[in-house]
Design a protein around this ligand. Structure first.
Ligand code: G6P
Length: 472
């Protein structure tokens, strides 16, 4: 019976070395939840990096065995590989380019070489598990070359690829010295999925401009195969967020926070530390709100959670400093003896505390400069069963295509953002309920499970089509 193998840079379990030995921490992430029922099925597997550097061979066997019992196969990476493939090419070349920050991109041949080598390493790990007729679903920008590498070795496999970040305009992509290799890498797949039609159009245009291949109705004709391209907006596990928000644990945390904050109203912001998220602009807009509408001083606080991320990449460290300074300046400017404008947390929160933050917040500020999808926007909507709350959403987040009942803003327009904040704070209850209801129905229906199912069905279909179209 053919198997399904999921491949991503990170495994859905993080292995860590602590004083008490190795710990195995399952990921709370949406992808892990959405694909849980697939990779845990008999014979299936998830291939990826477990998040730690090996100390010796015995450790390697121990970790591999422990992960195998939960259908996972580790790809171990060295510190040099993480530096050059992950911090380097993935996060200092591809990430800034695909998010429209070319000024942050570096173009290091050594990073490219490491990216090729690590994609080949992942390929070997998958080949060790994959039979000739298996289905392989590859995820995200760290593994753009993998579909073609796998195709070369396993021509009969069904190969899918999903990109979790934006696909940029051809004008951005063409700057990369390795653009053609990257596109050829992807074209090893039978089906390539994006969050939005916009990203998909950018990809098709890049393929026709840079490779000169015919693309029609989402089909790309390579000399040997047909590749299907489509949009699959990713969702969340709606019930999990709705239930977490209604749970006793979340209510208890909410009461504690409420006591600490008094009667103050709360605007919430939650992101990984990343320059794509527009965190500094959001802070400036909040400052403008307080300057322009002094009635909110002492009344509204910004609760800002920034989750540490990629701190070895120089731009991330610089951004951390910029945020620290801005928060300090704004708090010093506006605080009163018994009120703080900004409550800033530089850490992650456990799920029941996050649920409490979603309950507490009247407004969620999700204002990235660019974001493939942004699931925080959907989590906020799912957590607001009582119909109270306003989502302010950047038009440059993939989620804005679906959540058009949010207050959709241009994140560069700090004035407009401050105005949207004011509008959110004075929005009548029935308008809040109306907007949230429409968005909630959508988030509930197009959840992460239907997303995975749709992709897998379309992947099976693309393979069928491949057979009918294949030259004799
Ligand atoms: C984004 C990417 C993922 C990545 C995640 C966390 O969502 O699309 O591929 O795993 O960020 O980043 P990290 O670098 O810590 O894996």
């Amino acid at each position: 019976m053919p198997k399904t193998i999921i491949v991503s840079n990170r495994l859905p379990t993080k292995v860590q070395r602590t004083e008490n030995g190795l710990t195995f921490q399952p990921s709370e992430g949406g992808l892990a939840t959405g694909l849980g029922s697939i990779y845990r099925q008999d014979g299936n597997a998830w291939v990826g990096w477990p998040g730690l550097f090996l100390e010796d061979a015995a450790e390697e066997d121990f970790i591999a065995e422990a992960l195998r019992t939960d259908s996972m196969a580790p790809v171990f990476l060295t510190e040099a590989e993480i530096q050059e493939y992950y911090e380097g090419f993935s996060n200092s070349t591809l990430w800034p380019t695909f998010h429209y920050f070319p000024q942050f991109a570096t173009y290091e041949p050594a990073h490219w070489a490491a990216y090729v080598a690590v994609n080949e390493k992942f390929c070997r790990a998958v080949l060790a598990l994959a039979g000739p007729e298996d289905t392989i679903w590859v995820h995200d920008y760290q593994l753009l070359l993998l579909p073609a590498l796998l195709r070369r070795e396993r021509p009969g496999c069904t190969i899918g690829f999903f990109l979790h970040i934006p696909f940029p305009s051809y004008e951005l992509l063409r700057v990369l010295p390795w653009r053609a290799e990257l596109l050829h890498g992807l074209l090893g797949a039978d089906l390539i999925g994006f969050h939005t039609f916009g990203y998909m159009r950018h990809f098709l245009s890049a393929v026709s401009h840079l490779l000169g291949l015919p693309t029609q109705n989402g089909l790309i004709e390579t000399p040997t195969r047909t590749v299907l391209v489509d949009a699959f907006p990713m969702g969340i596990d709606y019930e999990r967020y709705a239930e977490a928000a209604a749970s006793d644990a979340a209510r208890a945390h909410e009461r504690t926070y409420r006591q600490a904050l008094g009667t103050g109203r709360v605007v919430l912001s939650i992101d990984r530390l990343d320059y794509t998220k527009g965190i500094a602009q959001r802070l400036l807009a909040f400052g403008q709100l307080l300057g322009r509408y002094p009635e909110w001083v002492g009344q509204v606080s910004l609760l800002m959670v920034v989750v540490p991320s990629r701190d070895q990449v120089p731009q991330y460290a610089a951004l951390k400093q910029e945020i620290d300074e801005l928060v300090g300046r704004l708090n010093a400017q506006y605080r009163t003896i018994d009120w703080n404008p900004i409550h800033y947390f530089y850490r992650s929160f456990p799920p029941d505390e996050l649920a409490a933050l979603y309950r507490l917040a009247e407004v969620a500020l999700v204002t990235p400069m660019r974001d493939g999808m942004n699931l925080v926007a959907k989590e906020f909507v799912a957590s607001k069963a009582d119909g109270r709350g306003v989502l302010i959403l950047s038009e440059r987040a993939g989620a804005a295509r679906e959540l058009s009942d949010a207050l959709v803003i241009n994140p560069t327009d700090i004035n407009g953002l401050a105005e949207a904040l004011h509008q959110a704070l004075v929005m009548p209850a029935d308008e809040q309920a109306q907007r949230l209801d429409t968005m909630r129905a959508l988030v509930k229906r197009y959840n992460v499970f239907s997303w995975a199912k749709l992709f897998m069905n379309q992947l099976a279909y693309s393979k069928m089509k491949q057979h009918t179209l294949a030259p004799d």
